[in-house]
Ligand binder design. Sequence first.
Ligand SMILES: [Zn+2]
Length: 205
Amino acid sequence: MATTGSPTFPEVGGHAALDLVDTVHWRLDPRRSIDTLGTFDDVVAWCDQMGVLPGSAEQVTRLAASAPEAAAREHAAVLALREAVYQAVFESSAAAADHVAAEHVAALGRATFERDADQVSWSWRLPADLSGPRSAVALLAHSLLTSDLAAARQCGDDACGWVYLDTSPRHNRVWCTAAGCGNRNRVARHQAKRRTARPDGARPA
Ligand SMILES: [Zn+2]
């Protein structure tokens, strides 16, 4: 797929692994559900936007063009990791957590431990090949699952399904975005109230 300009993926999660889950729109309504990571190139673009892509997007998409079957496998693996994050965090699935752990170990197996340019620390360097996006996502997923998940929430909308860390001062964030689901649900509630109020509120003849 040719990309015209870089697509903008939502960043409302407060953690990149939750932003990854949010690449599915209307997750809770199968009839409306949209997966914005439709191709391997979309996954590359997402990693690039999040600043976690090993190597350049051009380099990795060029590799994908020359090995479409391998790219398709990597694409499927990233989507499986995304669903495992969702199931581990929001459905407490031990099998999903195991999947993330196995992908994390495999990612480190492909990586090298190298001295940083600042010469004061060391870090894992992921290979800039087709496995790069999957490895980057595995590291993000592992970092989320090993962090404090007490603030992990799902949007209060019936269909939206976006997830986020509620870091609001009173821990009372209900919506993914106030302007999107928050506003739409407020308007819907207001209209429903007016509808039910109308018979009672009718002017006396
Ligand atoms: Zn929402």
